[in-house]
Ligand binder design. Structure first.
Ligand code: URA
Length: 246
């Protein structure tokens, strides 16, 4: 690992803003290898140096990969002047990091969302070339039948003439309000809602269940998040790679 400025390491890890780091260092609240850090511009190896900020050991991680169970009512954006964003649901340190969502879910959609600061990773997952399969649970108004399964499978044409790639629809229940799972390999704007609307079955509830091989951890409450395990991160990359091959 190359050497990085101490103030950058501390602000990148979300311990404080770059300006506040300066004050912390001036007040002797930052220890570098056991001694008060002389200044913020000193360079060190963030993995090997022992950095303590206000008595707490800093563990450096260049990249974050977070799984969130997104609740309805929050938009997928880094910040917004009017709407609440999913970033507001993260802990204070994460809020200070330059994180972004891997793709987007609509404001009223719930479920699996990945948040990261690794642009290459995000690109691999959302690139249309990766054809990564996203699975959703939906409630719709109206009865679903076998003809809907066939239409989805053969590639729907949306109201504006957009043609969708073949997708899979599984009917879980069919009544005045029906339940289904739908798996798509694209990420068009409002895609699932538009697909189901084109069948005459408007979506009343939508939740993302998986992205490639990565499943939503159902022990996460709505709004809660946790780091992806190394295996889960590898699984998402593998799904993206498989999609490119197939
Ligand atoms: N499709 C939609 O219509 N909305 C989402 O949030 C995700 C997929």
């Amino acid at each position: 690992m190359s050497l990085l400025r101490l103030d950058k390491i501390i602000s990148d890890m979300g311990f404080a803003s770059r300006r506040d780091v300066k004050t912390l260092i001036k007040n002797g609240r930052v220890l570098l290898n056991g001694s008060p850090a002389p200044s913020g511009d000193i360079k060190c190896d963030p993995y090997k140096s022992i950095i303590e900020v206000k008595g707490e050991r800093l563990i450096y991680r260049q990249y974050r990969y977070i799984m969130m169970n997104k609740p309805a009512g929050y938009i997928c954006a880094a910040r917004d002047s009017r709407e609440r964003t999913v970033m507001e649901l993260l802990d204070e340190r994460s809020k200070r990091q330059k994180l972004f969502t891997v793709g987007r879910l609509d404001k009223d959609t719930e479920g699996l969302l990945i948040i990261t600061n690794d642009g290459d990773y995000a690109h691999k997952i959302i690139s249309p070339k990766s054809n990564i399969i996203k699975r959703y649970y939906a409630k719709v108004a109206g009865e679903l039948g076998p003809e809907d399964i066939l239409k989805v499978r053969s590639g729907l044409v949306l109201g504006d003439g957009t043609r969708c790639l073949p997708a899979e629809l599984v009917i879980l229940s069919s009544a005045v309000e029906s339940e289904c799972e739908i798996a798509i390999s694209e990420g068009k704007y409002h895609q699932v809602k538009r697909m189901l609307a084109s069948l005459g079955k408007p979506v009343t509830y939508l939740k993302r269940l998986s992205i490639g091989g990565l499943m939503l951890d159902d022990s996460l409450d709505l709004g809660a998040s946790r780091e992806l395990t190394e295996e889960e991160r590898a699984l998402t990359l593998l799904s993206a790679l498989n999609g490119q091959i197939n």
